[in-house]
Design a protein around this ligand. Structure first.
Ligand code: HEC
Length: 212
């Protein structure tokens, strides 16, 4: 072997040794593909370009008016239409368990401001951290609010009170209102009418929804 040949062989060997080592780089490429039609989907992947639609998007929005399985029908209430809010109502009637659930939800979402006695003296207000006085739901001013008005307050919020639409689904909002109305009825409000059901009210949401 002459000198130049041995240099070539030596450098090849060195090269091989270096490439054989893993320099800490994690290889993501599986090498041989066992099932190419699984690796490369024949369907359009969710975020890939799609020539079949004018906007080239593969992910489509649901058709307008579609209600996803396990979700409630929309209520069509708008923030501006206070007359519609006043008249808005529900045919849902709740049993004891559901009224208790309404109370539980009230204590989670509302009592921090409105107080667990519904008197507007929640801890965030009494400790001076919240400037606006939350409504005293036992006060004559609020005793005769319609359930639709209360629903709209939960859905859209009111002045210093924010919206709870993203935290509470439609049935949960009504269960909280039923609880408030029951307490109001015991404190000089209108007769309580939302609680005649003896069995749990089935809503479409109940059958499939696990969480929101
Ligand atoms: C961050 C504090 C806060 C929380 C939490 C809160 N509220 Fe309020 N709420 C207020 C304030 C403040 C008002 C008074 C708004 C106004 O009239 O200016 C009010 C008003 C109301 C009213 C009366 C609205 C009317 O018709 O004038 C109702 C009913 C009500 N809240 C229900 C609820 C319910 C139900 C929850 C829980 C889902 C809740 N609030 C959570 C602060 C809060």
């Amino acid at each position: 072997m002459n000198k130049s040949k041995s240099i070539v062989v030596a450098s090849l060997l060195i090269g091989l040794t270096i490439t054989a080592c893993n320099s800490g780089y994690t290889r993501r490429n599986p090498g041989k593909i066992y099932a190419p039609d699984m690796t490369y989907s024949r369907a359009y992947d969710a975020y890939t370009e799609n020539p079949n639609f004018a906007d080239s998007q593969t992910s489509r929005k649901p058709i307008a008016g579609t209600v996803a399985v396990g979700h409630d029908l929309p209520d069509h209430l708008t923030e501006a239409d206070t007359n519609a809010q006043k008249a808005f109502t529900t045919s849902l009637r709740f049993n004891e368990t559901e009224l208790k659930e309404g109370a539980r939800l009230f204590n989670i979402y509302c009592a921090i401001c409105h107080g667990s006695n519904l008197d507007g003296q929640g801890p965030i207000y009494t400790n001076g951290k919240f400037a606006a006085m939350p409504a005293n739901l036992k006060d004559a001013k609020y005793l005769h609010r319609t359930i639709g008005q209360m629903y709209a307050t939960i859905k859209y919020g009111k002045n210093a009170m924010g919206s709870y639409a993203s935290q509470l689904d439609i049935k949960q909002r009504w269960m909280i209102i039923a609880y408030i109305k029951k307490v109001q009825a015991e404190n000089g409000g209108d007769a309580f009418t939302m609680g005649t059901s003896t069995t749990a009210t089935p809503s479409i949401a109940d059958t499939t929804k696990k969480s929101n």
